[in-house]
Design a protein around this ligand. Structure first.
Ligand code: ZN
Ligand code: ZN
Length: 353
């Protein structure tokens, strides 16, 4: 089980127990999907502290965990008591998750236990997906391909970006998904906004439209971007589209185990720079996707981490020109022993509708 893999990492953080409260990390390590609860992972055993609402669910989902139901108002005390019973002296916590108030509440009842800040401890393990996770991500991606097909049959000039976004959200819900972020629909000049959430703007004939969307299916999300043209594309639209597509294909080809994130970024970025549009590509090439839509690892200018088989990462270069518009193309890939496998089947040539 995943908690077994995590407990071998405790020494590396100088702790003998880890308190896990971030929802995605809880799901990952225990399988428990409730909205409230804390895991305590130690070499000697695992505890899950939750409240009355979740006792039964936790018992069913979190195999291998000792489920403890805390009394009303005694959550923090109960967590620390369980940690003490498990022999913890240095308890790691998720520095990016706990609020100051929560930290102070744990500290007030810590007794002799030291609280130790850790950063991204579970997230590092989550970066490499196991077969069960890959299966879930593949299913989410397959459904997202179908959603794009639905988009191609629905989108038309005269429709507002928001109208289309609502259509997409409804489609996702009908097909068992839930949106994992506000759908980005940026048409015409709005395409220059890399994260332009759908607005009331009416989409016009002749405009490029960038659509960035994704949904959760069984707790794992997809993330996909396509840019289409409403009508015939002009020479400049074709030129920019082709540069972004070449960069995206180069990024996928470069994404190999053993390379650093920044090396993959630089190969794809180089394609755009060589055409003179480097200043219009201001974000990283990609990010990990799984239980969260943005997680470890990254393809970015700064990233020193080495790419490993089993990682699921987006490859999404873009060119954004203020006053003109933009193009982005995004796929998810899974890193294999030999290359990167694209998880979508949706076409990537410039679609003129
Ligand atoms: Zn995206
Ligand atoms: Zn993305």
């Amino acid at each position: 089980m995943r908690a077994d893999a995590f407990k071998t990492r405790l020494d590396g953080y100088g702790i003998d127990g880890m308190l896990v409260t971030k929802k995605e990390n809880r799901i990952y390590l225990s399988g428990f999907t409730g909205s409230a609860g804390a895991l305590i992972i130690t070499k000697g055993g695992y505890a899950l502290v939750t409240d009355f609402r979740y006792t039964e669910q936790a018992g069913q989902q979190a195999g291998g965990f000792n489920v403890i139901t805390h009394k009303a108002g005694e959550f923090y005390k109960c967590v620390m008591e369980e940690a003490r019973k498990l022999g913890v002296t240095r308890l790691g916590f998720e520095a990016q998750e706990l609020t100051v108030e929560q930290f102070t509440s744990y500290e007030a009842v810590a007794g002799g236990i030291s609280l130790v800040a850790t950063k991204g401890a579970v997230e590092k393990l989550r970066a490499v997906k196991d077969d069960e996770e890959l299966d879930k991500i593949r299913k989410a991606c397959r459904l997202t391909d179908k959603l794009f097909e639905h988009v191609l049959g629905t989108i038309r000039p005269g429709m507002s970006e928001k109208q289309l976004a609502v259509e997409m959200d409804i489609w996702m819900i009908r097909n068992g998904m839930s949106t994992s972020f506000d759908t980005i629909i940026a048409s015409g000049k709005r395409g220059a906004l890399p994260h332009g959430a759908a607005s009331d703007k009416i989409m016009q004939k002749g405009e490029l439209v960038t659509l960035d969307f994704g949904g959760y299916l069984d707790y794992y999300t997809s993330d996909m971007t396509r840019t289409v043209c409403l009508g015939k594309a002009d020479a400049k639209q074709k030129e920019i589209y082709d540069i972004v597509l070449d960069s995206q294909l180069a990024g996928i080809k470069a994404a190999k185990a053993g390379l650093k994130g920044k090396e993959v970024d630089s190969i794809a970025r180089g394609m755009i720079e060589s055409k003179g549009y480097g200043q219009y590509f201001g974000h990283g090439l990609g990010h990990g996707v799984g239980l969260e839509v943005h997680e470890e690892p990254r393809f970015s200018v700064m990233d020193e981490n080495t790419i490993e088989p089993g990682m699921v990462i987006s490859v999404e270069p873009g060119i954004y020109i203020p006053g003109w518009g933009g193009v982005r193309i995004e796929d998810l890939v899974v890193i294999t022993e030999t290359d990167a496998e694209v998880l979508y089947e949706s076409p990537k040539h410039l679609i003129e509708l």
